[in-house]
Design a binder for this molecule. Structure first.
Ligand code: 1PR
Length: 564
C-alpha cells in the first residue's frame, strides 16, 4: 500500500523520482494492472505525445485499470500527459481517446501570434482566489485545454488554475474531488514545484479522496479577461562544456571561439598545435547544483568531445548526468554525441538508444549538434518537405516528444565582398551596420555557415536552412551558438539570432558572447529570443544569475525571480 507512480514506458520519469526522493517520499512503480489495487495515492508523470501515452497504456493493459482507479475516489495526480489523458481526446492524435473524465478536448495552441511549443516558466493563476500571488512553474507543451466557460462550462468548472499564453487562456491545472492534474511540470519547477508535490502528498489521504461528482465539488467557472501580456518569462540558462582534462578527469571547461586550451606564452617551446592545458573551471555536478540554487531557469551540460567516440562508452558522463539530476530541479539538457554510433566492440547503437540512456540518467532534453546538420542536408537534397523518419531528431521526437529535442547549431560567419559576391545564400547576406558598436562589423558583409564536430568542419548549408529543416524534422527548440562570439564577451550575435528567429516558430535560445548583464537585455530587446545562455561569465563569477535577472526586471523584461 502507498504511493505508486505510473510510467507508460516512453517519457523521462526520472525527474519525478528524483524529486520524490529529495522530498523523502518512498514510492513504487506500477508494473501490472493489479498494482492499482495496492496504490493509495497515484502520480502519473507523462511527457511526450498523447498518442504514445494512450497506445502504451492500452498495450500494457493499464488504461482501464487507471480509469477504475480514478473513479474509485482514491487520490490521483496527473502531470502534463497525465493531465491531458483525463480529457476526451486530443487533436494531436485524433484516432485515440482519452479517459473522458473532463468533458472537453485538448487542442493545439494557435501559432499565428506566438511560438509553439509553449516552453518556459509562467504563472498559474488560481481562479477562485485571484488575489493570491501566483507561483511560477515550468511548462513545455504544444497542446492544451482551452478555458471556455461559455462553450464548455462543465469542463471549465474543473479548472483550478489558468494560464495565459499570447491571446489564449488555458486550464493549467484541474482539481476536483480526488483528482488533481497540472499541465506544468512541478518536478522541474524548482522550490515552488517541490513544495506543490510535497503539499499534495502530505495532505491526509482522506482529504484528497472524494468522488468527482459530489455536488460540493461542482464550481461555477468565471469569465476571465485577457491581460495586456502573458506571464511567460525569459529563461536564463547556465551552460557547462564538459570534457576530460589531460589527466582524464571530467571538468567544466570554456573556450574562446571553441579553443578550450590555455593560450601558451609566445615563444613557448611546448607543442604549439595543441596549446596549453585544458582550462578547468570546476566540477560539473558542483557547478550545476550551484547554478540551480542561484536561480538558473535551466541547466545545460554539453559533452564537447563526444563526437570523437561513442558516448555510451563514456560512463563518467552518464554518472555526471545522474548526479546532477539528483540536485537540479529545473530542466536539464544534455548534448554531445547524440547520433547513431558503433561501440569499439562493433555493437551498433542508434541515436535513440544514446538519447534514451541520457533520459534514463535524468536528462529532460537532449541536444543534437553535428547529426542535425547531416539530417538537414539530407532533407534538402531529397527536395521533400518531410523527413523519412530515420534521423536522430525524428526518432527521438517520436519517442519522447519534440519538446525533448533541442538542436544546437554552431554557425560561423563567412565574410564576402558585398559588391561582387555571387555565391550561395545571397538572400541571407547580413550587412554590418555602419554604426555597429563593434568596429569589426562595420562595412562588412557575411552569411552564416553551419559547422560540425565542434566547429572543426564548415559545411555549405546555412544556419537559416538548417533551422528551417530541423523544425520540419521535429526539433522543439533551437540553441544558436556563434563560433565568432563564443568566449569573447562582446555580446550575443543579434544579427544571427534575429535571422534565425525569423525562420522558425519553435523557441530560440541565444548563446555565445555574453560579457555583462546588459547583453541579456540587448538580446531580448533586439531579437525576441525566448532564452539566453551563458557560460564563461557565470563560471568565472563575473556576473551572478541574480544580477542578470534584476537587470532584466529593471528593463521591464519578465523573469522568474522568486526561486527559493
Ligand atoms: O556535434 O552533437 O556531438 O554536439 C557537440 C556539442 O558540443 C555542440 O552543442 C557544440 O556546440 C558543443 N561543442 C563542441 N566543441 C565545443 C568547443 O567549445 N570546443 N562547445 C563545443 C560549444 C558553445 C557553448 C558555450 C557558449 C557560451 N560551446 O556551449 O557554452 O558559446 O559561452 P560564453 O557565454 O562563454 O560565450 P555534437
Amino acid at each position: 500500500m502507498g504511493l505508486y507512480l505510473l510510467d507508460y514506458g516512453a517519457g523521462n520519469v526520472q525527474s519525478l523520482a528524483n524529486s520524490l526522493s529529495k522530498l523523502g517520499h518512498s514510492f513504487t512503480w506500477i508494473s501490472e494492472p493489479a498494482d492499482f489495487h495496492k496504490a493509495t495515492s497515484l502520480i502519473f508523470p507523462g511527457v511526450g505525445a498523447f498518442e504514445t501515452a494512450v497506445e502504451n497504456l492500452t498495450k500494457k493493459g493499464l488504461l482501464e485499470p487507471l480509469r477504475d482507479y480514478i473513479q474509485s475516489g482514491k487520490p490521483y495526480f496527473g502531470i502534463c500527459i497525465g493531465l491531458q489523458v483525463l480529457f476526451q481526446s486530443s487533436t494531436e492524435s485524433p484516432n485515440f481517446s482519452g479517459l473522458g473524465i473532463v468533458p472537453t478536448t485538448i487542442d493545439r495552441f494557435d501559432d499565428s501570434d506566438k511560438t509553439v511549443p509553449h516552453m518556459g516558466w509562467s504563472s498559474a493563476d488560481i481562479i477562485q482566489t485571484p488575489d493570491v500571488e501566483p507561483a511560477y512553474y515550468y511548462f513545455v507543451h504544444s497542446y492544451c485545454a482551452k478555458y471556455s466557460p461559455t462553450s464548455h462550462p462543465e469542463a471549465a468548472g474543473w479548472a483550478y488554475t489558468t494560464t495565459q499564453y499570447g491571446g489564449e487562456i488555458f486550464i493549467s491545472s484541474v482539481r476536483k474531488g480526488n483528482v488533481f492534474g497540472t499541465q506544468f511540470h512541478p518536478e522541474k519547477s524548482g522550490a515552488a514545484g517541490l513544495a506543490l508535490i510535497d503539499n499534495w502528498l502530505r495532505t491526509p489521504e482522506a482529504e484528497r479522496s472524494a468522488g468527482i461528482s459530489k455536488p460540493e465539488s461542482i464550481r461555477p467557472a468565471p469569465s476571465l479577461s485577457l491581460k495586456p501580456r502573458d506571464n511567460l518569462t525569459k529563461r536564463i540558462i547556465a551552460c557547462m562544456d564538459v570534457r576530460s582534462d589531460d589527466n582524464g578527469n571530467l571538468v567544466v571547461t570554456k573556450g574562446d571561439q571553441y579553443d578550450v586550451r590555455e593560450k601558451l606564452p609566445s615563444g613557448s617551446s611546448m607543442q604549439v598545435e595543441t596549446g596549453g592545458a585544458v582550462r578547468n573551471l570546476g566540477k560539473p555536478v558542483t557547478l550545476a547544483s550551484k547554478y540551480y540554487t542561484a536561480g538558473a531557469d535551466e541547466i545545460c551540460l554539453l559533452n564537447i568531445t563526444s563526437f570523437r567516440h561513442s558516448p555510451l562508452q563514456d560512463q563518467p558522463m552518464l554518472a555526471v548526468v545522474r548526479a546532477a539530476a539528483e540536485s537540479v530541479f529545473v530542466p536539464l539538457t544534455i548534448g554531445g554525441g547524440i547520433k547513431d554510433t558503433v561501440d569499439p566492440d562493433g555493437r551498433k547503437r542508434s541515436a535513440l538508444e544514446v538519447a534514451s540512456e541520457y533520459f534514463r540518467a535524468g536528462a529532460d532534453k537532449v541536444s543534437v549538434g553535428s547529426d542535425a546538420v547531416y539530417a538537414a542536408e539530407k532533407l534538402l537534397a531529397s527536395g521533400d518537405n518531410h523527413g523519412d523518419g530515420t534521423s536522430s531528431i525524428e526518432t527521438i521526437a517520436h519517442a519522447y516528444g519534440r519538446q525533448a529535442v533541442v538542436v544546437s547549431i554552431d554557425p560561423r560567419r563567412v565574410y564576402v565582398d558585398a559588391a561582387t559576391y555571387d555565391g550561395p545564400h545571397k538572400d541571407e547576406l547580413i550587412y554590418g551596420s555602419p554604426d555597429s558598436v563593434l568596429e569589426s562589423d562595420r562595412g562588412k558583409c557575411w552569411w552564416y555557415a553551419c559547422t560540425v564536430s565542434g566547429g572543426r568542419e564548415t559545411r555549405s548549408i546555412s544556419a537559416c536552412q538548417l533551422a528551417r529543416a530541423v523544425e520540419i524534422l521535429g526539433a522543439g527548440e533551437i540553441l544558436v551558438n556563434s563560433i565568432d562570439r563564443d568566449g569573447t564577451g562582446l555580446g550575443f550575435d543579434s544579427d544571427l539570432l534575429h535571422l534565425i528567429k525569423g525562420c522558425v516558430k519553435v523557441p530560440v535560445v541565444a548563446s555565445s558572447g555574453a560579457g555583462k548583464k546588459e547583453h541579456f537585455v540587448q538580446v531580448f530587446e533586439q531579437t525576441g529570443v525566448e532564452a539566453a545562455l551563458a557560460a564563461g561569465i557565470f563560471h568565472r563569477s563575473e556576473v551572478g544569475i541574480d544580477e542578470v535577472k534584476e537587470c532584466l526586471e529593471r528593463n521591464n523584461i519578465q523573469v522568474r525571480t522568486h526561486v527559493a
